[in-house]
Design a protein around this ligand. Structure first.
Ligand code: URA
Length: 255
């Protein structure tokens, strides 16, 4: 398990998130907490979350994770893919986005969210003034494309889980934006419909170290159901409010 610096541990404690990363639970997360509970500005103003740079951005760590994903044959998808899709964006980002699985274009190019759904995701991020390349690390529950873009099988999700866990441990994001039901069920557990998961801040992880998360619609769903784009906009604003709280906590701590 990666060691956290003292300031990182204080930062998590200040936000009431705890000092130590624990593996993501197979099912079940703490849920339905209010933003104020999650990002309560701590007991001391000198404590806040780490920005996710320094130790979390170790090039050796990322290189090793990339190699593990590229070599992975833990499920049959590893033998069928053209390329494994590790993730895109910045490995020094404070924020992470987790989607479902690569599609045809992602499989072809080896990059996450570069197809039609990815272009909508880009537009959604741009509408909030966020940069996909600088502000986020974007990845998926599955690193390999399921044939015909079918829904990932539970066995595939289970086989791939170690890669996402390792990425989140390495990145130490301050908050997660979860796209769609497959990622929500994997990260949060349970079987609630997406509509029930959207309007709350969740905590992903277990016990000591938990990452606040907002759930929204998958962009592929929004392409089919554009009437829900307004709700997705609300979700992005919820995520922006979470970002503001984390950023303010960092500012108070002088980090
Ligand atoms: N859909 C996803 O969930 N991820 C991608 O990378 C592309 C489409």
């Amino acid at each position: 398990m990666m060691q956290w610096s003292a300031s990182q541990q204080r930062a998590w404690a200040a936000l009431n998130l705890g000092p130590v990363w624990e593996p993501l639970p197979r099912s079940g997360s703490r849920e339905a907490v209010q933003p104020n509970e999650v990002l309560r500005q701590g007991a001391t103003a000198s404590q806040a979350l780490s920005p996710g740079g320094s130790s979390s951005d170790s090039p050796a760590g990322w290189a090793e994770l990339r190699a593990r994903v590229a070599d992975c044959r833990d499920c049959p998808l590893g033998h069928q893919r053209k390329q494994a899709v590790f993730g895109s964006g910045s490995t020094a980002a404070r924020w992470a986005i987790v989607g479902e699985a690569p599609g045809a274009e992602e499989d072809e190019r080896g990059e996450a969210f570069v197809g039609q759904a990815g272009r909508l995701l880009d537009a959604m991020l741009a509408s909030m003034g966020w940069s996909r390349t600088k502000d986020f690390f974007i990845t998926n529950v599955l690193k390999c494309r399921p044939p015909g873009n079918r829904t990932p099988a539970p066995t595939e999700v289970a086989a791939c889980a170690r890669h996402l866990q390792a990425q989140l441990r390495q990145l130490e994001p301050l908050a997660l934006l979860i796209l769609g039901r497959v990622a929500a069920v994997h990260l949060l557990g349970g079987s609630a419909p997406l509509a029930h998961l959207r309007e709350r801040i969740h905590l992903v992880g277990s016990n000591a170290r938990e990452i606040p998360a907002v759930v929204t619609f998958h962009p592929a769903y929004l392409l089919r159901s554009p009437q829900d784009k307004a709700k997705a906009w609300e979700d992005l604003n919820r995520f922006a409010a979470l970002q503001d709280r984390a950023t303010e906590a960092l500012r108070c701590a002088g980090l």
